[in-house]
Design a protein. Structure first.
Length: 320
């Protein structure tokens, strides 16, 4: 049964990061922020106002920004790098791998405008491969929060975690519904307890999954809905507990089905409790220009797509 999910407002998840990094910096004088010419887009204005000496404008030089961040950790600083997700990963993968991940540097790679919901900027600025890129790096923690409040909580939490982190969030205004929920890195959240199917979601697709669960409940389908905000390390115990009960699953993410959350869930299932799984995500494709709503609908990442995937996987479970 779906828990009492209360929407307390609407705000973009990148604002959760902006507010969170200021609060984290107030608590820890070693926190510094770097950006690649996108301070406004990453909501760093308040940080710059309060901590101008702890802000580094690296310009349109993302690779250099990653190198500077790695160097700052040697002096005990905790750097938060900021730019669009595409430029935070694909453009600088070599620097992240060699200068940050390989030596376990305490850098927080904070990536906004991820997925299709970047919208009108189109395929060259959207990225749908970044979760896969980052989770394959040894020692890299990967977090994809679902709303403003959870993004703020994650931004605060990663300051206490020693080691490299990839924190992924987005641009569009989105419902806020986790205000009163605890956040812990690596600990999944169960939003609905059910017996017919498990739905695992992350990021913006958590809200779409909540909408889908309401529709499915009206159809008499009992859903176990789990928010996997930490893709790596994944909460294996929560995944196993859910799929061993429902014996089938759907994954929902604003990412390519190759390499993302779905692959992580499938790996846990294959090793511990093999089940039929259906994937809601982009299918080996780049995006295009359009509004977030248009793109989610066109690429099959909307509420009806989750409903359809649930019905399909239950049919497979039953041998239909």
């Amino acid at each position: 049964m779906l828990k009492d999910i209360q929407v307390t407002g609407q705000k973009d998840t990148r604002s959760g990061f902006g507010d969170g990094v200021v609060e984290a910096a107030r608590k820890n004088e070693n926190i510094v922020a770097l950006t690649a010419d996108l301070a406004g887009s990453l909501k760093l204005n308040q940080f710059i106002k309060e901590f101008p000496e702890r802000f580094f404008q690296c310009g349109i030089s993302e690779a250099n920004m990653m190198g500077v961040a790695a160097g700052l950790t040697i002096g005990g600083k905790i750097p938060y790098t900021t730019t669009f997700a595409n430029f935070s990963t694909g453009r600088v993968y070599d620097q992240i791998r060699q200068s940050i991940a390989y030596s376990g540097k305490n850098v927080k790679i904070c990536a906004s405008h991820a997925g299709l919901t970047l919208g009108e900027d189109g395929a060259t600025h959207q990225i749908l491969e970044d979760i896969g890129l980052m989770k394959m790096l040894p020692g890299m923690t990967v977090i994809v929060p679902c709303d403003y409040s959870q993004t703020k909580a994650a931004t605060l939490a990663v300051a206490e975690l020693v080691g490299p982190v990839y924190l992924r969030f987005g641009r569009p205004v989105w419902p806020i519904f986790t205000d009163k929920m605890d956040f812990k890195i690596g600990k999944a959240q169960v939003f609905s307890e059910g017996s017919d199917v498990s739905v695992f979601a992350c990021g913006h697709l958590v809200w779409k999954a909540i909408e889908a669960v309401k529709i499915l409940q009206e159809k008499g389908i009992s859903v176990d809905l789990v928010n996997i905000h930490t893709i790596k390390p994944i909460d294996r115990e929560a995944v196993i507990a859910s799929i061993s009960k429902t014996k089938c699953a759907v994954t929902a993410e604003e990412h390519n089905i190759i390499g993302g959350l779905g692959d992580s869930i499938a790996q846990v299932a294959a090793r511990h409790f093999p089940i039929p799984i259906e994937y809601v995500g982009t299918n080996d494709t780049f995006g295009e220009s359009g509004t977030p709503t248009q793109l989610l609908q066109k690429y099959g990442l909307d509420t009806p797509d989750i409903v359809n995937a649930v019905q399909k996987v239950i049919g497979r479970k039953k041998g239909g």
